[in-house]
Each structure stands twice: as C-alpha cells, then as structure tokens.
Design a binder for this molecule. Sequence first.
Ligand SMILES: Nc1ncnc2c1ncn2[C@@H]1O[C@H](COP(=O)(O)OP(=O)(O)OP(=O)(O)O)[C@@H](O)[C@H]1O
Ligand SMILES: [Mg+2]
Length: 234
Amino acid sequence: MRNPLLKVDAIHTFYGDSHILFGVSLDVYPGEVVVLVGRHGVGKTTTLLSIMGVQPPLQGGILFNREEIAGLPSWEIACRGIGLVPENRRVFPALTVQENLEVALKSRSDSRRLAMAYADFPELASLCHQRAGNLSGGEQQMLTIARTLMGNPQLLLMDEPTEGLAPLLVRRMGEVIERLASRRQTLLITGQNIAWALELASRVYILDTGIVQWSGEMQRLREHPEILERYLAV
Ligand SMILES: Nc1ncnc2c1ncn2[C@@H]1O[C@H](COP(=O)(O)OP(=O)(O)OP(=O)(O)O)[C@@H](O)[C@H]1O
Ligand SMILES: [Mg+2]
C-alpha cells in the first residue's frame, strides 16, 4: 500500500500536568480528505497543534513524508509543507486583503498564486483593497484559508472551518473544500458536526476524551449513523 503523507503514531500530549491526548494515531494519505470529529474539549485542536509543533507530543511520533517531525519547531514544520487554518480567524486587521495575502507569499513576485487565490475566492478579489479588520467573520475565514494556501502546503489542517458560520456560509465553505479536494489537496479537517463533510470526506476518526474511539470509511458512517450518535450525542 502507498505510504501515508502524515502518520500520527500513538501521541501523548499534555498542557502542563493535564494529560490531553492518550495515544492518538491517525493516517492521512495523499489526496485524501480526512475528518477528525468529536465533542467539545475532546482534543481535536490539541491534535492539530501537536502535528503543527505548537503543542508537541511528549510521547509518540509524527511522520510527514516518512520523516519524523515531532519535536521540530513549528516554522520548520510549516516549511516542510503543513499549513494550519486555526479555529479563530487570524488576519492582520490593519492590512488590506491583498497585503494579508502577500505577506504569506514565499516570493513577492509570485503573482500567479495571488491570481489563483482570487480565482478560488472571488469574494476576496472584490475586497482586495479593504482593510481585513473591516471584513465580516465569514470573509475573514476565507481570507485565513486563502492566506494559508499561499504557502502551497502539501497538507492543509483546518480546525472547525464551519464553526460559528451562518448556514449560507457553511455551504460556501463546503464548496471551497470541494474545490480543494477536486485538485487533490490533502486535507485534515476537524469538526463537531460533519453533516456538510459527508459527501467530501473519504475517512473519519472519532475522538473522545483524547482517544480515537472509532475510525473508518465515510461510507460506513453513512450506512450506520448510530455510530456517530453514540460518540457525538451530548
Ligand atoms: N492551553 C491550554 N491549557 C490547559 N488546558 C488546555 C489548553 N488548551 C486546551 N486545554 C484543554 O485540553 C482539552 C482539549 O482541548 P481542545 O481544544 O483540544 O479540544 P477540542 O476538541 O478542540 O474542543 P472544541 O470543540 O471546544 O474546540 C480540554 O479539556 C481543554 O480544556
Ligand atoms: Mg477545538
């Protein structure tokens, strides 16, 4: 079988003395859309921060392109090709939309990537000279994704991209993810409600209090909705 692009291998992550992840393992293969789902506070964000090197695991390993990345500084992990769209939108409010995108370019002359970003996010093209701080929440979310994509990451991590968005924007986010998936952008996406991802994801991991309780093909979850209910019911 092919090698996974990302292999998280039995990681244990702590905040101080608080033990949060208890041996989480997951694989993401090239071109796949994988969803990590779970209730509030089960460790979804912590898993992404562990992969990104922001909250490194104290035990276990993380292989990216078959190289160990656990313990590397997060800028090095970003350079190797992992991008994170964090839970809370992070734009530079005083800069324009275009300036926000340009700061993420590896070379300022790379105007092709800028054109690609505007093709993917036409709503940003018409706002390119607006200050990012004046955009709506949904527009800031799009800008954060567009900016992360400027670095051309091999693997894009998205932390609850639909959280707090109005239904219309949830649908728009589904389109954005579908477009990324159609050009085989590898994605690892977290969420509490994954109804919108049902059509897009190939595999799902269900996390509960720092442990992967179930993993399998999206198709199986479609056939057995009781699995999701069991772990996601409050
Ligand atoms: N900086 C921190 N210091 C101490 N504990 C933390 C910190 N960040 C998160 N935690 C705790 O770690 C656990 C997992 O949090 P995490 O943010 O990974 O969950 P989550 O699944 O992303 O939740 P949500 O759906 O609310 O975003 C929670 O119990 C949380 O209180
Ligand atoms: Mg979270």
